[in-house]
Design a binder for this molecule. Structure first.
Ligand code: OAD
Length: 233
């Protein structure tokens, strides 16, 4: 059975109003990545990290899925067992667009987990402050987001999906964290969509759409339908 992997990054949610990380005016210009997004930073100043993610949740509540999230949800509903939807994003915009079975490689912002008993639970867009574990009532909670210096358990799922997919579609990621150019070489066909051209990365893909995800997605949907229907060019 032909399969397609759609891997997204911050660029997918940019038009909804969530900042990307590495573009000018991006999150890593406003915050020191190692202070708020590393295991050592969290040990040093947990309050700062909690406030950073409280702020992210408050922002997430104010934004809505865009056309690209909606189109991915539609494709996933249409080709349930043939499309893997995997994202580096921790937001819930794909889910809010109705997308099923989204795999979050770097965790999920609306969730916390309990360091005492391991329970994961959803606080939606609330602040973490004074929350206790619904199961063991302990206060030792943390964001359910992978930090630098920690393993990312879902990467195993990503590699399994790559091994099964003939078409790799990469939307809105700079490739600084994941070697997406290498992933392209693992699949027979590959498509990249980013707002900014990056000659080194672009050269790894068969097709490149250098434009907003919300405008590229209709052509990408056509490419996916053609690939799964045996008419890919
Ligand atoms: P980056 O900020 O590194 O890259 C964003 C990419 O999105 C760039 O290539 C832009 O060209 C593209 N882009 C921006 N707006 C776009 C739009 N409207 N349509 C299409 N593309 C657009 O973000 P990521 O690659 O997702 O990890 O970052 C990867 C990881 O680094 C994140 O998951 C996060 C961060 O550290 C963790 O926090 C664990």
């Amino acid at each position: 059975m032909k399969k397609v992997l759609i891997l997204s990054g911050a660029g997918l949610s940019a038009e909804s109003g969530l900042k990307t990380f590495r573009e000018s005016n991006g999150l890593w210009e406003e915050h020191d990545v190692m202070e708020v997004c590393s295991a050592s930073g969290f040990r040093k100043n947990p309050k700062k990290v909690r406030e950073f993610y409280d702020e992210r949740r408050a922002q997430l509540e104010k934004v809505k899925p865009n056309h690209a999230h909606e189109m991915i949800a539609k494709l996933k509903a249409e080709f349930k067992d043939q499309i893997f939807v995997i994202t580096q994003n921790v937001d819930d915009l794909l889910e809010r667009a109705g997308c099923k079975d989204v795999i979050h490689l770097h965790g999920f912002l609306p969730e916390l987990y309990c360091a005492s008993c391991g329970t994961h639970f959803n606080i939606a867009y609330k602040k973490q402050e004074s929350t206790t574990c619904p199961k063991c009532k302990q206060p030792f909670l943390r964001h359910n987001i992978v930090m630098f210096e920690e393993p990312a358990p879902q990467y195993q799922t990503l590699y399994e999906a790559l091994n099964q997919s003939g078409l790799f579609v990469c939307i809105g990621t700079s490739g600084y964290v994941l070697p997406v150019g290498h992933f392209a070489s693992m699949c027979e066909h590959s498509i990249l969509n980013n707002l900014d051209a990056d000659p080194a990365l672009d050269s790894c893909f068969d097709k490149v759409y250098t434009q907003k995800a919300s405008t590229a997605i209709d052509q990408i949907a056509l490419d996916i339908r053609n690939y799964l229907g045996g008419n890919y060019v």
